[in-house]
Design a protein around this ligand. Structure first.
Ligand code: ATP
Length: 581
């Protein structure tokens, strides 16, 4: 019988007549002899169990009273407040695990009287009992992990050892410990030449014993299609879907933390570069009264008693602000695409890094600035995020990203790209848009020829670009009203590893010409319509010539690191099938 079993309190009626459906053994004259015997036996059993439990409880109480460590471990109160006698920073330094090695670089700290003590808070990566007297734990914080020893002694009870070894993995704990140099370097942790000997240990945030997935499983690459469900070592290979369903646990994987540090750095480098060149950060609306850029791929939302739309890009607003006199603007913000395309590179919500600027002579001034911007980001990542990049690439094994020599970003005219593809055996028309496989093929050809994973394709066919794109001078000179979308345009795409990361162009800044292009574009729009009237009016008020571009932040992250899916570069990705968590 278990500790919690209760004595059997069933009362056997001795005189009551049997009810309908009475239990076996209860005859007309009351319970039978055998029923009475069974009841007595049950009673005796229950009494014995109650006695045993009382004895165990008493023993437990006594042990607790004699537990020398009773004030050194346990669960913190729900508000997480430290116990009163837990040493504060005035007595023991609080050191983050990530800073520990740096902290003890000054080796004189190891000679502190009574040994160097620290306090810290961390997560339990795992806890195991070696014996009743010894437990080993691994603590982690960020990307740092350290081995911890909990050893019974005159000052540390076996109860505390048992408590430590049974803390569920992923619980968040508060620790006071003595720092020592292990006899041999600990190979399984990132901090190898230091270990901590626990003196006090409290649980701040307890994890359930059975989490829906293990962080250790998230530390591995997502399975490629057709891969076995278990690895050679027999561990489950958790699918991307399961990981995204349990994203909070998934994000604890060290390489996932690294991915988002890299993402944040890209955004910072983007802003820093433009800030240094007199750009102004802007915030344009995400809620629009009409689907201004054409209507396809736009999400509708209910807006009080009207209909509204989520912005597909800040394009029209960026340009209106250039017309408003801001001249150099940039923005980092969410953009929404109702593209029902379940590919590895499309999200329905992603982060757009956008910019727009007036230029003085030729739109290539802007292309050059954009190239410099991308090189600033790549070089910044090499400098600031080498450790993170290496960590992610140790999981997703891809070649290092090959950068062009400074000032030598391959910039190909569209027909040149078509020729390279044709020479390699691709069938493609002069003015066809490139398919995804063709883009990848061209990326490989450029890498072979120029040794760069980054390149620019310039002057796309006018017909495959949006209505606001400026035609080339030559295209305008040979304008044919019967074929108004023929020829090329002052537009460009940027590519990393053969996949598009940015689209941009010189935009039309002259109102009449803009309205004309709107009407004659293959995907015709009405310049008088509610969504476009204000946009056209911006240019009627006189605007400078300008160009810009829109970059997908998650695409840069994915392609810099060689991730197999763009969802891995979004904290809580949104795609046609996913709106949670
Ligand atoms: P693609 O042809 O790859 O679908 P696009 O031509 O629709 O892209 P633009 O509208 O020019 O893309 O958007 C500018 C940039 O935004 C793209 O170069 C890409 O980096 C990013 N981007 C566009 N659509 C998505 C998406 N659905 N998910 C993630 N990033 C995207």
């Amino acid at each position: 019988m278990s500790e919690n079993a209760q004595p059997n309190e069933r009362v056997i009626p001795l005189t009551k007549p049997p009810a309908e459906g009475a239990a076996e053994g209860e005859g007309e004259k009351g319970p039978s002899k055998s029923a009475l015997k069974k009841a007595a036996k049950d009673k005796e059993k229950a009494e014995k169990a109650a006695k045993r439990k009382a004895a165990e409880d008493a023993q437990k109480k006594e042990q607790e009273a004699n537990d020398v460590s009773k004030n050194d471990y346990g669960d913190l109160d729900v508000d997480g407040a430290w116990p009163e006698d837990f040493p504060g920073e005035d007595k023991v330094p609080y050191v983050e695990l990530g800073d520990l090695e740096e902290y003890f670089k000054d080796t004189s700290k190891m000679d502190a009287p009574g040994g160097p003590h620290i306090t810290f808070r961390a997560r339990v990566e795992n806890a195991r009992s070696q014996s009743a007297k010894l437990a080993f734990l691994v603590f982690k914080k960020g990307t740092a992990t350290i081995q911890a020893v909990v050893a019974a002694s005159e000052e540390l009870s076996r109860q505390m050892v048992k408590f430590a070894s049974s803390i569920p993995a992923e619980s968040y704990v508060l620790v006071h410990a003595l720092v020592k140099q292990p006899k041999e370097a600990v190979k399984s942790t990132t901090i190898q030449n230091l270990e901590v000997h626990v003196k006090k240990l409290y649980i701040e945030g307890k994890a359930k014993a059975q989490l829906p997935m293990q962080v250790a499983d998230a530390e591995r690459a997502i399975p490629v299609e057709g891969e076995e469900e278990t690895s050679e070592e027999g561990r489950p290979i958790v699918t991307l879907n399961t990981r995204l369903n349990n994203r909070v646990i998934d994000l604890r994987a060290k390489h996932n933390q690294a991915i988002f540090k890299i993402k944040y750095n890209i955004k910072k480098l983007f802003m820093e570069f433009l800030d240094a060149r007199d750009f102004i950060g802007i915030d344009t609306p995400r809620l629009l009264g009409s689907a201004s850029e054409g209507g396809a791929n736009v999400f509708e939302v209910k807006y009080f008693d009207r209909q509204a739309f989520l912005a597909q890009s800040p394009q029209l607003y960026k340009q209106m602000l250039v017309a408003a006199g801001l001249e150099r603007v940039f923005e980092s913000g969410p953009v929404f695409r109702a593209e029902n395309s379940n590919t590895a590179r499309h999200l329905t919500e992603f982060t757009g890094l956008d910019l727009e600027m007036a230029f003085s002579h030729d739109y290539h001034e802007v292309v050059s600035l954009l190239e410099e911007l991308m090189l600033h980001i790549f070089n910044g990542l090499r400098q600031n995020c080498k450790r993170e990049t290496d960590l992610v690439r140790s999981i997703y094994h891809v070649e290092d990203f090959k950068l062009p020599e400074a000032g030598k970003v391959p910039r190909l005219k569209f027909p040149e790209g078509i020729k390279m593809l044709r020479d390699a055996g691709e069938e493609i028309g002069d003015f066809d848009d490139l398919s995804t496989p063709q883009e990848k093929r061209l990326g490989a050809l450029v890498l072979e020829k120029y040794g760069s994973d980054f390149y620019v394709l310039d002057q796309y066919p006018l017909a495959i670009r949006p209505f606001y794109t400026m035609p080339t001078t030559q295209t305008r000179a040979s304008y044919d009203p019967a074929n108004p979308n023929a020829g090329y345009s002052n537009s460009y795409d940027f590519f990393m590893r053969g996949q598009e990361i940015m689209s941009g162009a010189q935009r039309i800044h002259e109102a009449e010409f803009l309205a004309k292009r709107m009407r004659e574009h293959d995907a015709k729009v009405d310049p008088e319509s509610a969504g476009l009237k204000d946009y056209v009016a911006a240019f009627e008020a006189g605007a400078p010539k300008h160009a810009g571009g829109g970059i997908g932040l998650e695409r840069i992250v994915m392609l810099w690191l060689g991730l197999p899916n763009v969802r891995l570069a979004s904290l809580f990705p949104r795609d046609p099938g996913r709106l949670t968590p």
